[in-house]
Design a protein around this ligand. Structure first.
Ligand code: NCD
Length: 318
């Protein structure tokens, strides 16, 4: 059902570590697969059998609301068993390492590990050291591939294509794994991405990335088809990257006033959690251009597709 393009294209990755290493064709294939899974969530019995008898572990070393629940629901809808693992309630608080934790879980016969970790590269490290499939649910500042996928899925669903679209990603780009995964996916699918924010919140060596850079939201707001507002990652900031929150909101907040200059069909996105009144005004977050809750809904189908595909690749011996 879901893998309807499988005649021309064979998915071969048993891990999803990032979008940087995927081709446009592979990204589109995941999105096409997700389209097939969307209708499972609209049935009265919200279940499909592909992961029956499989065990998925949610291994979250950082807080999460949307991503963790979305993966749990996605795994459940595919009929897998789920183990929920958080740092706080586990032996990690007694000093157990990431690898020992994962190996012990693997000894219980798990099939897929969904991992979120504050250290960039943690999912890759796991993928090299355990046999289970590994899906990255956010590693440090590096990548958050399923968020990138659900973002491009949402845009493609509404706009039809990303090819030729102008997209602004605004705010704390330096500390955002969402910005990086978005950038790779959007760029590969043909969009023109502009990072917008103060120089202190731009990534190092931004000139080597496939993006434009602007330090002025007012220069960009009237030109873009999509705007993705990022949360300031207060938990990752070192020092003071801007003089005050008020000043930040004044220059980089998506306000009702600023929206008056935007295209009438601009899509307003945010990965959540939102700091209302800081990077985005409530009226805009809840306004007619906002697709923030659609992003969350689409995340479910996208994560079902990812779990389905990595499991299929593993079953084929990849
Ligand atoms: C993001 C994350 O954790 O990277 N949230 C999410 O997964 N929806 C973004 C954020 O925390 O700001």
């Amino acid at each position: 059902m879901a893998a309807r393009k499988s005649k021309q294209f064979e998915w071969s990755h048993k891990h999803l570590l990032g979008l940087r290493e995927l081709t446009a064709e592979e990204i589109s294939f995941i999105l096409d697969t997700a389209v097939g899974f969307e209708q499972v969530s609209t049935r009265s019995v919200k279940k499909a059998p592909p992961l029956r008898g499989k065990v998925v572990v949610n291994l979250f070393f950082e807080d999460s609301t949307r991503t963790r629940n979305s993966f749990a629901l996605a795994a459940g809808r595919l009929s897998a068993d789920i183990i929920e693992f958080t740092k706080k309630d586990s032996s990690v608080s007694k000093g157990e390492t990431l690898l020992d934790t994962a190996r012990n879980l693997e000894a219980m016969g798990i099939d897929i590990v969904v991992v979120r970790h504050s250290a960039g590269g943690a999912p890759k490290f796991l993928s090299r050291n355990i046999n289970a499939c590994v899906v990255n649910a956010g590693d440090g500042f590096c990548e958050h591939p399923t968020q990138g996928l659900l973002d491009v899925y949402t845009i493609r669903k509404i706009k039809g294509t990303l090819d030729g679209l102008k997209i602004a990603i605004v705010g704390d780009v330096a500390h955002s794994r969402v910005a990086r995964s978005d950038m790779w996916a959007m760029n590969k699918l043909g969009a023109e991405v502009t990072f917008v924010g103060p120089p202190t919140l731009m990534p190092a060596r931004v000139d080597e990335l496939p993006v434009k850079v602007s330090y002025c939201l007012d220069d960009v707001i009237d030109k873009v088809d999509v705007i993705n507002m990022l949360r300031i990652q207060f938990e990752r900031l070192g020092g003071n990257p801007f003089p005050s929150i008020r000043e930040y909101s004044h220059y980089f907040g998506l306000t009702v006033e600023r929206m008056k200059r935007a295209k009438s069909d601009i899509l307003v996105m945010h990965p959540g959690p939102i700091n209302r009144g800081l990077e985005i005004e409530s009226e805009v977050a809840d306004g007619k251009n906002s697709v923030i809750l659609e992003q969350v809904t689409n995340g479910l189908a996208v994560r079902m597709a990812v779990l389905f595909l990595v499991n299929q690749a593993a079953a084929q011996g990849n």
